[in-house]
Write a protein that binds this ligand. Structure first.
Ligand code: C5P
Length: 202
């Protein structure tokens, strides 16, 4: 039976880690939908037209996840994500994934509101912009990147503004989503809260 778990939230809220851990807990497939927009954003930076790039996107294009995780690809992703035709082109792939037998976890910005409004469980993960920037900054420094905290915070704020302000599928919690604020939670506690929310929906 298909059982879909929708996990949405802003950049660096912890939704990706939570989604991965929840999927492992249930033995479900996991789709990080941000990678779709990042792959289209990457193509745009390389000179492609974003709508055509979204229509031509294939699962194989998501293989090089590390290259798609750069701040540059993230900014480009949030620009192409505001184009309705780009979002429409990526819809079927996401819905097909959600219907996989054996269950699926999708994380993104509009999974509970637009992609899977009938998802059995919906979770909205938040944290303050400062806490999210601090996490992203530490990750980048640990990975050897030279960056300033102020720049990381600005990047997060820019993306929040673009993601929440766009007309088509803006970032917002679904009415029936359980909200988890991870500002003061460690990852174990946040994952446990997410699993508890899924259990309540089963
Ligand atoms: O989650 P991640 O930071 O990888 O997403 C990159 C960008 O892709 C986001 O800032 C957002 O603009 C866009 N996105 C989206 N809808 C989704 C997932 C990501 O608009 N479901």
């Amino acid at each position: 039976m298909a059982f879909t778990i929708a996990i949405d939230g802003p950049a660096a809220s912890g939704k990706g880690t939570i989604a991965k851990r929840v999927a492992a807990h249930y033995g479900f497939g996991h789709l990080d939908t941000g990678l779709l927009y990042r792959a289209v954003g990457r193509r745009m930076l390389d000179g492609a037209e974003p709508i055509a790039a979204a229509r031509a996107l294939e699962a194989a294009d998501l293989g090089d996840a590390a290259a798609l995780r750069s701040a540059e690809a993230g900014q480009a992703a949030s620009k192409v994500a505001a184009i309705p035709e780009v979002r429409a082109a990526l819809l079927d792939f996401q819905r097909a994934f959600a219907r996989r037998s054996g269950g699926a976890v999708l994380d993104g910005r509009d999974i509970g509101t637009v992609i899977c409004p009938d998802a059995e469980a919906k979770i909205f993960v938040t944290a303050s912009a400062e806490v999210r920037a601090e996490r992203r900054f530490r990750e980048l420094v640990a990975g050897g990147a030279e960056t300033r905290f102020e720049d990381v915070l600005q990047d997060i704020r820019d993306r929040d503004e673009r993601d929440m302000g766009r007309a088509d599928a803006p970032l917002r919690p679904a009415d029936d989503a359980t909200e988890i604020d991870t500002s003061r939670l460690d990852i174990e506690t946040a994952v446990a809260a997410a699993i508890a929310a899924v259990e309540a929906a089963r």
